[in-house]
Ligand binder design. Sequence first.
Ligand SMILES: Cc1cc2nc3c(=O)[nH]c(=O)nc-3n(C[C@H](O)[C@H](O)[C@H](O)COP(=O)(O)OP(=O)(O)OC[C@H]3O[C@@H](n4cnc5c(N)ncnc54)[C@H](O)[C@@H]3O)c2cc1C
Length: 493
Amino acid sequence: MRDYLVIGAGSAGCVMAAELARRGAGSVMLLEAGPAETHPLVSIPFGLVWLMNGPRDWAFKTTPQTHAGGREISVPRGRMVGGSGSINSMVWFRGRQDDFDNWGVDGWSYADVAPAFDAVEQELHPVRLTKAHPLSHGLEPLFGNTSPTPEAQSGGLLSHNKTRYRRRSAARAYLRRRNDVEVRTGCEVDRILWNNDRAAGVVLADGTEVRAAKGVVLCAGSVASPAILMRSGIGPKDHLSQLGIDPRLDSPDIGENLHDHPGVGLHFEGPRSGYGLEPAQWLSWALAPLNYALAASGPLSSPTVEAGLFFNARGNSDQPDVQTHFIPFHLAHKPPKYQAKAGYFADVCLCRPKSRGRLRLASKDPKAPPLIDLGLFADDSDLDTMVAGIGRLRELLKDADFGKHRAPEVHPGETVTGEALKTHIRNSAGTAYHPVGTVRLGGPLSERLSVNGVRGLWVADASVMPQVTSANTNAPSMMIGWRGAQFISEEAA
Ligand SMILES: Cc1cc2nc3c(=O)[nH]c(=O)nc-3n(C[C@H](O)[C@H](O)[C@H](O)COP(=O)(O)OP(=O)(O)OC[C@H]3O[C@@H](n4cnc5c(N)ncnc54)[C@H](O)[C@@H]3O)c2cc1C
């Protein structure tokens, strides 16, 4: 029997397991539902395009979104070692310093979390993109600076957790050189196994029991961690009773507070603009594997999101409330997915959305996908900021230095403004794939990430963020895994 079971080998789970072992907290087994991350498309930066919606993606859908056209929106989540960090765009941001201060949780101010970010960055080595498409350089002059940061209006090439050739995920950085973490793939956890009020192990979806001497750490992400807790009897009592789950601990906040960065994109299309399958680029696509193998350049070496902006939607403050991801590739706005065109894409994502949704179980069957209600645009002000943000983005992009690669906006099209733009956003917005908040710190969790009311059970992943950080969430998720390992090791000592 191992001392600790870590559930979910994602961004946080890999850091958690490796750090528990390095700190000598005890023996560690990491249980992952999906396969290993050895598929070549995981390493190749552009490979994520083919991984999404495949067997390495949980490919969840939301419930019909009441304020977003009743649509069921895609919620991709990595399903393999490395988790969502094995299919993400590798964009690296800590967030704003006051994001952490504003959490208002003891021990989680920016001063408290900064050393954990420092430690994680020593392993992940995020670096500014080299060999970007010329279009991506076009954002650099917009704010007179070349390093985007959510702390100020800014724009330019992004930093990524990749080497010249390969994705450098938490799995690669933390797990590959440790032989003291036993990683078991293909192990989908159903629920916690209890010994009175102590977590004594887990039951897998196939009924197998795996026991732990010291405890269980949930790192299964914002969708699965609350779902596992609920199937284990920890959650809103009435909801669990309705599903025939014995409520062990009434914890009404579990599954609440679900939110994500809403996003909507502008599509630009024109000959010889961005990467695309227009006939003029067929030869370079044919040579792309060689270009990648010999020089780490060309489309296969691109993490897709190459550049970005942070700006104030209404332009009346220098504090950004919007993030733009810039992708110098033609993205189809209607089927078919692959079209013989060239173009580029830029989105408007809200840094600090106000809307909140909730996650609930559909049934106690671990194979049934949970009911994910992101509550998109439940708060009207989010939609207003998106509309203003698109207006400002259109103006900013007019000043971008796109040169001969500039192309016109074809979707929704510059004439779509005001109420029509609002309707367009409701009917087409998605998210930046950053769901958080379902097991928030200061709610069901103590400041040291242990689940209140039981023993030997911790949660450490994106689900614990009380509010989403102002930029991408991978680095903060790893920081949380690192801190969780620190807390658990200190308790074990
Ligand atoms: C397509 C995409 C692009 C993104 N791009 C970026 C980006 O460029 N930059 C950025 O900062 N963030 C990005 N993100 C978000 C970022 O990757 C996540 O916020 C982060 O990985 C979350 O880490 P986590 O540890 O909470 O969860 P995950 O990394 O999702 O890990 C959860 C793990 O638990 C496993 N698991 C789930 N259920 C079970 C179960 N029942 N039993 C056992 N194992 C289970 C999963 O398979 C997975 O491996 C992106 C996300 C996606 C999906």
